[in-house]
Ligand binder design. Structure first.
Ligand SMILES: [Fe+2]
Ligand SMILES: [Fe+2]
Length: 185
């Protein structure tokens, strides 16, 4: 979407979804480690920016306005679940064990989440439209925040660890890695 067009919040968010889907498809076809890592960084950057603008602007605007508030709560939890994998991927290399598996599980999680947002008539976006939210005003705010975050994150070179909204930040403790436990049997 060009910045000259009047953005509509739902159209802008859907455009982000399509972009990330394409990046995941490119990852599936990529073999070169450098290419894979660059794609993963791009995917994580896109997802982080998208999650922030939804959580700061779009979701709060939906609160107390849409029919099914459960959907909104689940959306926050799904975002936070994805952030765990994003943090893992940002901290690992393509030759690491489980790297590709983490990317494909992240892709599946995002597919599910996007479906919940875009589902006809009962999805979050449909409910936001039905509630009569000012999508043009929201679109403008989403776009401005997105541009600011793009500058701040510098195409992923300056990407901070994802911040959770619904997870309270328990530390995960790694037990014996899968390979090592198989070897000791
Ligand atoms: Fe979304
Ligand atoms: Fe979302």
């Amino acid at each position: 979407m060009s910045t000259k067009q009047k953005p509509d919040a739902v159209a802008l968010l859907k455009e982000d979804h399509r972009k990330v889907e394409k990046l995941f498809e490119s990852f599936e076809k990529a073999h070169d480690a450098g290419k894979k890592q660059a794609l993963v960084r791009e995917i994580c950057t896109e997802l982080c920016i998208h999650a922030i603008i939804e959580e700061e602007i779009f979701y709060p605007a939906c609160k107390d306005r849409i029919k099914e508030e459960d959907l909104l709560e689940e959306a926050y939890v799904e975002h936070d679940g994805a952030k765990v994998l994003i943090a893992e991927l940002l901290d690992s290399e393509p030759d690491a064990e489980f790297y590709d598996a983490k990317v494909s599980v992240l892709s599946e999680m995002i597919k599910h989440h996007v479906k919940e947002e875009e589902k006809r008539s009962e999805g979050l976006f449909a409910q936001a439209k039905e509630a009569g939210l000012d999508l043009e005003n929201l679109g403008q705010r989403l776009m401005e925040r997105k541009e600011a975050l793009k500058d701040e994150f510098q195409h992923g070179a300056n990407l901070p660890s994802p911040h959770t909204r619904s997870f309270t930040g328990h530390e995960l403790v790694q037990d014996t890695p899968v390979q090592a436990s198989a070897a000791s049997r």
